[in-house]
Design a protein around this ligand. Structure first.
Ligand SMILES: Cc1cc2nc3c(=O)[nH]c(=O)nc-3n(C[C@H](O)[C@H](O)[C@H](O)COP(=O)(O)OP(=O)(O)OC[C@H]3O[C@@H](n4cnc5c(N)ncnc54)[C@H](O)[C@@H]3O)c2cc1C
Length: 403
């Protein structure tokens, strides 16, 4: 492990899911690092998250599976329904021996942060403004505070990454034309048909994803709601932009008595509903330059329509540490990491984008989609698992073939 031998510190910018996973993986290997986050705490964390088997394997390897299990709800399968008619289009059970979990983002952050033995390495209220190369070192400049010199920088600072902007000013993240509304509700008995799975209503310009969060079907469980609408008007991006719940309920009301009930409950609930504009950019030509590299959404932002953005950030973090472990200098490790990750993440970005077309299909396209779903569902639903096997069955903890 190069950084361990030289006692160099790796600076991570951004304590999102990617940055925190990287911190945990580095600490486990005994590598020096410092983690800088612009926010002053982890408070506003945008509700639920789905964690597919490919990342649950990383949590197991990082020694965090039990903690994750405690706060998660296992998803056993998927149900796709028509937004317009509310009939079931397809339903299938997952077949992986590794669980697919659903939990609250806040819990996930807490698990990762609590796992760090030395919390003094995490610095809140530190916003990176810019950096400059000074011979072999990098000099990092902060909005408040003195510049810091480091040998290596990992930018895990999300879709609006400051570091990515410096490396690629021409790849500015652009509004993708979709707004996502997010809400949670205490889980009630009447939501029982939604227990144990992810349910998706798909329709022209709209789709809705609901899944339970929390371990038990009791007062500690929640129903997580993601409502996506195609919307040309530019939306802001951020976990804390509150929206008018009545307007959202009106926009998404449909034929389903259950969904309409959920929307009514959302309006009546004390919990806010947040609006999130979805931002992406084209795949970057590279992520690593000298002793700087990008990770997670900073490198490959994607539409959340395959629920893999955080998953890819977690895989990135785990494999980056494996590359640091094997290479004899940081530049080589960063290049190895990029080579190990770019193809897979670009493919997942593409699939997520394609799903937008499938979920929001209309007219003849929707008729064909519904027919195919019905036939596969009836004849061989395991084909749905086969289709996503390259994502879910992938095991980052054994995939070191590139290194
Ligand atoms: C509606 C929706 C649903 C989703 N559902 C899922 C899902 O179910 N499963 C899944 O895998 N993914 C999902 N995703 C995607 C997932 O949320 C993101 O891909 C993931 O959060 C990316 O993690 P990250 O650590 O790379 O970036 P972020 O989570 O964006 O973290 C970046 C961090 O860097 C900090 N930061 C930014 N700039 C600076 C700076 N200059 N200096 C210091 N700190 C800075 C930020 O404050 C933040 O804490 C969803 C996304 C959306 C929008």
């Amino acid at each position: 492990m190069i950084a361990k031998q030289t006692k160099d510190e790796i600076i991570i910018v951004g304590a999102g899911i990617g940055g925190l996973t990287l911190a945990r993986a580095l600490e486990k290997k005994g590598v020096n690092f410092q983690l800088y986050e612009q926010a002053n705490s982890f408070e506003a964390l945008g509700y639920g998250i789905q964690l597919s088997p490919n990342v649950v394997r990383v949590f197991e390897e990082l020694g965090l599976l039990k903690q994750l299990e405690k706060v998660s709800h296992p998803c056993l399968g998927f149900e796709l329904r028509s937004f317009k008619a509310d009939n079931v289009l397809a339903t299938w059970q997952l077949d992986s021996p590794t669980p697919y979990y659903q939990c609250r983002r806040a819990d996930l952050h807490q698990i990762l942060f609590n796992s760090l033995e030395d919390k003094s390495r995490t610095h809140f209220s530190q916003r990176l403004e810019s950096y400059e190369q000074k011979e072999e070192h990098l000099c990092l400049h902060w909005e408040n505070g003195n510049p810091i010199t480091t040998k290596a920088l990992v930018a895990a600072d999300g879709v609006r990454s400051q570091v990515r902007r410096s490396l690629f000013p021409e790849y500015e993240a652009k509004y993708a034309g979709y707004a996502a509304y997010r809400a949670i509700l205490p889980f009630q008995d009447k939501y029982s048909p939604l227990w144990g799975k992810t349910t998706v209503w798909m329709g022209k310009n709209h789709h809705v994803v609901v899944y339970p969060n929390g371990k038990d079907k009791d007062s500690t469980a929640w129903l997580n709601l993601v409502l996506v609408v195609k919307d040309k008007r530019w939306s802001q991006q951020g976990w804390t932009i509150r929206t008018d719940k009545d307007k959202v309920a009106k926009e998404f009301s449909n034929r389903s008595a259950l969904l309409n009930d959920i929307l009514k409950d959302m309006v009546a609930s004390a919990e806010p509903c947040f609006k999130w504009g979805l931002f992406i950019h084209e795949p970057l030509p590279y992520w690593s330059k000298g002793n700087v590299t990008l990770l997670g959404d900073a490198a490959h932002p994607m539409l959340p329509f395959q629920a893999q953005g955080a998953a890819m950030a977690i895989e990135d973090a785990y494999l980056l540490v494996q590359c640091l472990d094997r290479a004899n200098n940081i530049e080589k490790a960063f290049i190895d990491y990029q080579d190990a990750r770019m193809q897979r993440t670009t493919k997942v970005q593409q699939v997520s984008r394609n799903n937008a077309g499938i979920f929001h299909a209309a007219g003849i396209k929707a008729t064909v989609r519904n027919f195919v779903l019905a036939v596969v569902s009836m004849i061989n639903p395991s084909l749905f698992n086969k289709k996503s096997a390259w994502i879910y069955d992938y095991d980052p903890t054994v995939d070191l073939e590139y290194l």
